[in-house]
Design a protein around this ligand. Structure first.
Ligand code: Q9C
Ligand code: ZN
Length: 595
């Protein structure tokens, strides 16, 4: 195929020799974009960059080298101060003042980073307790910075992502518009959640990072703009590129389809910022610098395949992040939960034969009649990856629509048992909110409440020592996505959400039950923990994930404790070790972290 030829051809050029580095004196961002990973020059030249350049080459991640660690810490301290001051446009501001203000207290923090030998070595050890690095220092509390909680939930957002907009200028006909992330960010500010979190600076992912999942042609096609493209190796791509990708849309804009619009001037920077933001956040969580995190990013990524942009997606941010966590930080097992209403075909493809990355998707399937059409429960993975792809594929359309009961039941009966048995080191969530009430078919049709996603978040926090990183995917109803994001961030911060249990009084609708039975039937071959469940009746299954029975008022306490075992210890991350030490010997995978 054409694509294959191009990939082969270009691989030689970029794998063998790195793209030329721009001369340090060259001021133009356009040139820098081709090779940088942390180009923040356009953001006002905040101090992190200066440190970063001393400490590492441009492809080294912040968690790998000590010098960069210092930089990261400095970075989010200054960012945090920003968040407090209602400023959301970091990338247009000079932050030197904040950095200077904070420098005194930073000296102390540095000590604790210096002490972390595993991280210096770039090694991630899954058995490390998920503890706040800041608390390991011996200095008195009085010396602590003005920032309240260093070890808290991380948030990432950058206004550069707003620039990905159809040139037709009509947001109404393009539901994946900039207002989505703007609204969410505003909501997090207005509710005070932002100030309880640590704001992380995003960055544009490097072309190399993107190529951990995508073909080189695809990476260059969507990762470069006309302004910098000519700086690439001239022979390589640029002739065919422009002809290949553009379709003129009915609106007058261009894109790969009317969903997946492209702004030739601005989209490449935006899509790379979305990817790099998720990477930055996830690395900090995986390295123990942050408790967990939520990335307010667009455009979404989970439909993006190796060489295909579709469904609003160009680069698969979550898939790229998962790959890099393994390759650069030595993370072993990663669980990706995808609760966007659409199947994440790109993510499934990226890890289909990979047993170290478990992909679990809940999606509207309707026997293949709902976009993108993939995601059958029979798609379980291939080769060594068999059993590590789990499709909870809802059937039956919207009569009735799936809602809280169905999603919570899926978590209790399938997602959490499998996830516990898998025992991931990190959990990434493709957090689309288009299953939330307010989204009509064909972009939705379900009735899950925003609060329910807070519940699901809380359940996931029992995994991986609490190392949960969520990235926004789909969802366009602003109220719905703001409410749901708020619920999730609140849950990540450890706020208790009310009424997990009242929903348990209801049965899932018959079509949901049929969907769950199907996936349990198929996956119980690979996940012994599902076998007992498949023999239980639907009703008890729904309320008793741990195998207890009955639902009288009397039993409520018992049910509560059974549920508690699923949503354990948001405040005591170390308890996740219990699950790890008691996991079944029949577990299909016993990988150790790569050292
Ligand atoms: N005629 C996300 O939610 N619509 N993407 C296809 C086909 C695609 C949704 C319409 C919807 C993509 C990330
Ligand atoms: Zn979606």
């Amino acid at each position: 195929q054409h694509q294959h030829f191009l990939e082969k051809h270009y691989k030689i050029l970029s794998k063998g020799a790195d793209l030329p580095r721009p001369p340090p004196t060259h001021p133009e961002e356009t040139e820098e974009e081709l090779t940088e990973t942390n180009d923040m020059q356009e953001d006002g030249g905040a101090s992190p960059n200066r440190l970063q350049k001393e400490g590492s080459d441009d492809s080294t991640h912040s968690s790998e080298l000590l010098g960069v660690h210092v930089k990261s810490e400095e970075e989010h301290r200054s960012m945090h101060a920003k968040g407090e001051s209602t400023e959301s446009e970091l990338d247009e501001e000079d932050e030197d003042d904040d950095v200077i203000q904070l420098r005194e207290s930073e000296e102390e923090e540095r000590g604790s980073f210096v002490q972390h030998p595993l991280q210096q070595m770039g090694v991630f050890q899954s058995s490390l307790p998920h503890r706040p690095l800041g608390r390991t220092k011996s200095s008195p509390a009085g010396g602590v910075s003005p920032i309240k909680h260093l070890f808290t939930t991380g948030l990432v957002y950058d206004s550069l992502m707003l620039k990905h907009q159809c040139v037709c200028g009509n947001a109404h006909i393009h539901p994946e518009h900039a207002g989505r992330v703007q609204s969410i960010w505003s909501r997090l500010q207005e509710t005070g959640l932002l100030s309880r979190c640590e704001r992380i600076r995003g960055r544009k992912a490097s072309l190399d990072e993107i190529q951990s999942v995508h073909s080189e042609f695809h990476t260059l096609l969507y990762g470069t703009s006309p302004l910098n493209r000519h700086k690439l190796d001239h022979k390589k791509l640029l002739g065919p590129i422009s002809q290949k990708m553009y379709a003129v849309l009915p609106c007058g804009g261009i894109g790969v389809d009317s969903d997946t619009v492209w702004n030739e001037m601005h989209s490449s920077a935006a899509v790379r910022m979305a990817v790099g933001s998720v990477i930055e956040l996830a690395f900090k969580v995986a390295a123990g610098e942050l408790k967990n995190g939520f990335a307010v990013v667009r455009p979404p990524g989970h439909h993006a395949e190796e060489s295909t942009a579709m469904g609003f997606c160009f680069f698969n941010s979550v898939a790229i992040t998962a790959k890099l966590l393994q390759q650069k930080l030595g993370v072993g097992k990663i669980l990706i939960v995808d609760w966007d209403i659409h199947h994440g075909n790109g993510t499934q493809q990226a890890f289909y034969n990979d047993p170290s990355i478990l992909y679990i998707s809940l999606h509207r399937y309707d026997d293949g009649n709902f976009f993108p059409g993939s995601g059958a429960p029979e798609e379980v993975g291939s080769g060594a990856g068999v059993g590590f792809n789990v499709n909870i594929a809802w059937i039956g359309g919207v009569e009735p629509p799936m809602g809280d009961v169905e999603y919570l039941t899926a978590f209790r009966t399938v997602v959490m048992p499998i996830a516990q048995q898998f025992s991931p080191d990190v959990v990434l969530v493709s957090a689309g909110f288009d299953a939330v009430e307010g989204h009509q078919s064909p972009l939705g049709g379900y009735n899950v409440s925003a609060k329910c996603f807070g519940q699901l978040t809380q359940l996931l926090m029992a995994l991986a020592g609490g190392r949960v990183v969520m990235a926004l995917e789909g969802g366009h109803d602003l109220t719905a996505i703001c409410d749901a994001s708020e619920a999730c961030v609140s849950a990540l911060l450890g706020d208790m959400c009310d009424s997990v249990f009242q929903w348990s009084q209801e049965k899932p609708c018959p079509k949901a039950w049929a969907s769950l039975e199907r996936v349990i039937e198929i996956q119980s071959k690979h996940w012994p923990c599902l076998q007992t469940l498949s023999q239980t009746s639907g009703y008890s299954l729904m309320v008793t994930p741990a195998g207890t029975q009955g639902q009288s008022e009397k039993d409520e306490a018992e049910t509560v404790s059974a549920m508690a075992s699923l949503s354990v210890d948001v405040e005591q991350p170390g308890s996740a070790e219990n699950t790890e030490s008691t996991r079944s010997v029949e577990e299909p995978m016993e990988e150790e972290p790569v050292l």
